[in-house]
Design a protein around this ligand. Structure first.
Ligand SMILES: Cc1cc2nc3c(=O)[nH]c(=O)nc-3n(C[C@H](O)[C@H](O)[C@H](O)COP(=O)(O)O)c2cc1C
Length: 281
């Protein structure tokens, strides 16, 4: 049997955040938030029990703006009224000895219409892939360039709230077909402005978000604060993401000097994931 003892050694990320071991609690949506979008006692109990042995505790994904809510029972990080709710989440993870990381996203065209006032938005007006339980006639509206810029800032503000709530980091959720991936994918991004077209242009949205998140960290964090990024490498549909696109994304991410990259393949025949720290490429 191979030696797994290094898994139980501490590790210091590029940002200076140190974890007691290399075990990570995967981000897992529990659909258990209060109806008003705040974290519930059930979510706190769930995450406390699972944070007790790990080095890094990832929360379920929270939305950065009301138009980006992706699930019933999802908690939000979209305004300052959420601070107490976010503080309680960070607190229970840290009380168990783990570092606490808030995962943040915008659901884009995967948002259930009834959760976003029937204004489902994405990079373009391409509907989401059909899925059991989802209406197959979802009307999707392409975000204006002003809205795109505003969402970039929303990721920064959610990061500021994570800092103020006591988290040790944020993970930008660019995987699993949500808005960030919708911009990178040639299938869902048919824009002809600066945010669409060539791969270089389709990558502008995630890279702008990373820059804004890092700017907020530099100006608000009092100590080490990590930033991770999650992506999915391929899509099954016509003009969907290919490994060629993903290698372009990885090249661009390399220059951003983040703490880790988390690769998650999900959605059609298999779901699996790997977390890459200290990237060497
Ligand atoms: C019920 C459920 C909820 C999940 N919620 C999230 C989530 O909020 N954010 C996320 O990035 N991944 C989410 N995932 C994906 C998991 O984090 C994980 O990557 C996946 O289950 C594969 O894990 P494995 O590689 O250890 O098998 C979810 C998966 C499941 C089954």
């Amino acid at each position: 049997m191979s030696d797994v003892s290094p898994l139980f050694e501490s590790y210091t990320f590029r940002s200076g955040v140190t974890v007691r071991n290399r075990l990570v609690l995967a981000p897992m949506t529990t659909w258990s938030a209060e109806p008003d979008g705040s974290v519930s006692p059930a979510e706190l109990e769930y995450i406390a029990r699972r944070s007790s042995g790990v080095g890094l505790g990832l929360t379920a994904v929270g939305y950065v703006t009301t138009g980006g809510k992706g699930f019933h029972g999802q908690f939000g990080a979209e305004h300052d009224g959420r601070l107490e709710s976010l503080k309680s989440l960070a607190h229970v993870i840290k009380s168990e000895g783990a570092r606490a990381v808030l995962q943040i996203f915008h659901a884009g065209h995967q948002a259930p219409p009834e959760l976003v006032n029937h204004d489902v938005t994405s990079a373009s007006d391409v509907p989401p892939p059909s899925r059991p339980g989802r209406p197959n006639d979802v009307q999707v509206r392409a975000l204006t360039s002003e809205e795109v810029e505003s969402i970039v800032l929303d990721f920064g503000q959610a990061t500021r709230r994570a800092i103020e709530a006591g988290f040790d980091g944020v993970e930008i959720h660019g995987a699993n077909g949500y808005l960030i991936q919708q911009f990178v994918s040639g299938h869902s991004n048919r824009r002809t402005d600066d945010w669409g077209g060539s791969l270089e242009r389709r990558l502008r949205f995630p890279l702008a978000i990373i820059d804004e998140v890092r700017r907020v960290v530099a100006s608000h964090a009092q100590g080490p604060f990590l930033v991770g990024y999650r992506f999915s490498p391929e899509e099954p549909h016509e003009q969907g993401l290919t490994m060629h696109d993903t290698f372009g994304l990885i090249d661009a991410l390399r220059d951003k000097e983040l703490d880790y990259y988390s690769v998650n393949r999900s959605g059609w025949d298999i779901t699996d994931s790997v977390c890459v720290v200290r990237p060497q490429w």
